[in-house]
Design a protein around this ligand. Structure first.
Ligand code: PRX
Length: 677
């Protein structure tokens, strides 16, 4: 992350520093049933037990063959976990549960329309459907171990069925968030070189049936322009047996899965015995440059880690009904809707729509109807539910034992409402800090062992040893002083590399604090997360936000460079700069500053055109709060745009001393423009 030095406006810089809060303790009832209660777990996972300690996680899985080496560091820092082991993720999430639990619900699928029935899919049914679809992928689509497939699907039971069918064959899945645009999907098809795209015809969002097939057509056309030909588009039907899209099916390219799969009814596919280090999936995420990077996750290490985190931190038992509200198109959904809960034989809830449709009570009706007892969501959703229905949870008869918050810092006030209103004072809360790259949690309390502290994630989870460095690589040990949070040791859930770009992987996550680039010793390779954090005297970490060009909007990670390059596609635009602005519900929002090419007039239509260009290229989640067309960007004498100044203006803060700028007078003009409206 060498280029973080040159940035002036980051989330961390505009973070609010909250005061330390009092502890909340887990109830005896919770402790009485918890999966881990012995504090000795922290000793078992101390650094001197590394890496052997992690076999405890791997032992939670069923292996075809045990590993020879726990951690192979020969290609540092591309670590290989459980080297020599053979395993299949689909087998671990399905087949191994059939003997005792085949009639238990694996997936509750909740359609957005309340008048539609909830679908309860048993482990046996999941087994049947995954096998049939795997047979289709192999025999009809011609996919085999190591191939990549792009999946652009909404929240549906068919999404995990698709992922698990890929995993069964050793096909590497790359799921693109359903709300991303066709263009974002195309970029991922091209980068992963997928020749098969799996989609769905339509889905409900806020009561409307949206045509999704149209995105597949556009994505395939855009990918072809970039040289990647998709020869098969497999389209699931929202209503099996009937098409819900007006977009035509291209002859010889597009197929409705629900038709083709009939040929494979009853088919069974032997799971591939994957090497532990073979990739399971790619998950693209935003970074410091315009191009999203494909975080590559391995099979054995990743699955061991998410299973252990689901058991120890999420406290999932096979008898639990677990609802994580995230979208499966993000890492949270991969790890904590699909792989972790299913590996533990829990029942996992998949909800199609928005949590507040048709009203603020919807989420709690779902919890009541399904007897959900573990609940997992992001601060953005909590803030929204609190704002529109602060008294709704009390009206419904559900009881959570455990709740998670993930994805953004949570304000202590919001945390307290979550605890008292949503949790009814009965549920413990874990604030889990982690990332797409990390596969599973980095910091969180172990719920029955450590007390909760609103606004703080907690210490490193067992096996994770965080450290905070200053800009020069010195450890910051004083409580409350912010620095760059790093992890001293590798762990099994860590991404293996950036798909097709090992150099970028090394540069982004290790170069800054690497002690010796030639070293094969893991101690020389601390992982830099890209967040600023403080540690308090009790060892709890508080995450302040990103130190790089990434903005966290409603828990969705967006690159400012990605948004800027989308704006620059509009031909009237000369320069674009994005800064994060604090927002009551979303946490942060992007504000977009634009300077036009000479002779071009600023108009509302042009601002709209730029905003639309961003939605088209990335998705609605990246829509700027406002497009500010300014006469000129504030610049240093060397011509660098001063985002710090723009950020201060957007956040109504102090712009500081601007007299050293090349054009200080423009600052007042921009300030008047922004702060007047
Ligand atoms: O800035 C941190 C923030 O989200 C970033 C990771 O985003 P993503 O890869 O999309 O993964 C989101 C789901 C894990 C982090 O770098 N973040 C994540 N969890 C927390 C958080 N910030 C504060 N507190 C958290 N619990």
């Amino acid at each position: 992350m060498g280029d973080t030095n040159v940035l002036e406006t980051t989330e961390a810089q505009i973070a609010v520093h909250w005061q330390e809060e009092d502890y909340y303790y887990p109830s005896p009832k919770f402790i009485g049933q918890a999966n881990v209660t012995d504090p000795a777990i922290y000793e078992r996972f101390s650094l001197d037990k590394f890496p052997e300690c992690f076999t405890e996680y791997a032992e939670m899985l069923t292996w075809y063959k045990y590993w020879d080496t726990v951690l192979d560091t020969s290609d540092a820092p591309c670590w290989k976990w459980f080297k020599g082991g053979k395993i299949n993720a689909s087998y671990n999430c399905i087949d191994r549960h059939l003997k005792d639990n085949k009639n238990k619900t694996a997936i509750h699928f909740v359609p957005e329309l309340e008048e539609e029935r909830i679908d309860h899919i048993t482990y046996q049914e999941l087994y049947v459907r995954v096998n049939e679809f795997a047979a289709l992928l192999r025999d009809f689509a011609g996919l085999k171990r190591g191939d990549r497939v792009t999946i652009h699907m909404p929240m549906s039971a068919e999404l995990p069925i698709t992922m698990l069918a890929c995993a069964r064959l050793g096909v590497i899945h790359s799921v693109v968030f359903g709300g991303f645009s066709a263009s974002a999907c195309a970029d991922r098809i091209v980068d992963s070189k997928s020749r098969v795209l799996i989609s769905m015809d339509a889905y409900y969002r806020s009561g409307k049936l949206l045509n999704h097939k149209i995105n597949a057509d556009e994505a395939v056309a855009l990918a072809a322009k970039d040289g990647q030909v998709v020869d098969k588009v497999l389209v699931w039907q929202r209503y099996p047996g009937k098409s819900s899209t007006e977009t035509p099916m291209a002859d010889g390219r597009d197929y409705f899965v629900n038709d083709v799969v009939k040929k494979y009814y009853g088919a069974r596919v032997e799971p591939e015995q994957m090497l532990s280090e073979e990739p399971l999936f790619l998950m693209y995420t935003s970074g410091t440059t315009g191009k999203p990077k494909g975080a590559q996750h391995g099979t054995g290490g990743y699955l061991a880690y998410v299973t252990a985190m689901s058991k120890y931190i999420q406290d999932i038992h096979p008898t639990d009904v677990y609802w994580c509200m995230a979208d499966i198109g993000w890492i949270t959904g991969h790890s904590f809707i699909v792989y972790g809960p299913l590996a533990l034989c829990a029942s996992t809830v998949i909800y199609e729509g928005v949590p507040t449709y048709p009203d603020a009570g919807r989420s709690w009706r779902i919890a009541q109807a399904l007897d959900v007892n573990i609940f997992h969501t992001a601060p953005t959703a909590i803030r929204a539910l609190r704002k529109i229905g602060p008294n709704e949870p009390a009206k419904y008869n559900y009881h959570f034992k455990h709740m998670t918050t993930v994805g953004e810092p949570i304000e202590p006030e919001v945390w307290k409402w979550y605890e008292s209103a949503v949790g009814k004072g009965e549920a413990i809360i874990v604030d889990t800090w982690w990332q797409t790259e990390t596969g599973g949690f980095l910091c969180s309390t172990v719920p029955a062992i450590k007390p909760m502290k609103p606004g703080s994630a907690g210490p490193g989870v067992p096996g994770i040893h965080p450290i905070i460095y200053d800009e020069d690589g010195n450890e910051i040990t004083q409580p409350g002083i912010a620095g760059n949070i790093c992890i001293q040791n590798p762990w099994p859930g860590q991404m293996q590399t950036i798909w097709g770009d090992r150099d970028r992987f090394v540069k982004t996550y290790f170069a800054r604090y690497c002690k010796n680039p030639e070293s094969k010793d893991w101690r020389d390779w601390p992982y830099i997360a890209g967040d600023a954090a403080t540690r308090s005297a009790d060892g709890y970490y508080r995450i302040l936000g990103r130190i790089d060009d990434v903005i966290n909007v409603s828990g969705h990670r967006l690159g400012t460079k990605e948004i800027e390059s989308a704006a620059l596609v509009v031909q009237e635009v000369a320069e674009a700069a994005v800064v994060p602005v604090a927002h009551e519900i979303k946490g942060k929002e992007p504000d977009l500053y634009i300077a036009l090419k000479p002779g071009i007039q600023a108009t509302d239509e042009l601002a709209q055109k730029i905003s639309d260009a961003i939605c088209n290229q990335i998705g609605k989640i990246a829509k700027p709060r406002k497009v500010w067309i300014v006469p000129d960007m504030p610049k240093t004498r060397s011509g660098k745009i001063m985002r710090r100044v723009l950020g201060a203006i957007s956040n109504k803060g102090d712009v500081g001393n601007v007299m050293t700028l090349a054009n200080p007078e423009v600052v007042e003009t921009i300030k008047t423009l922004v702060q007047k409206s």
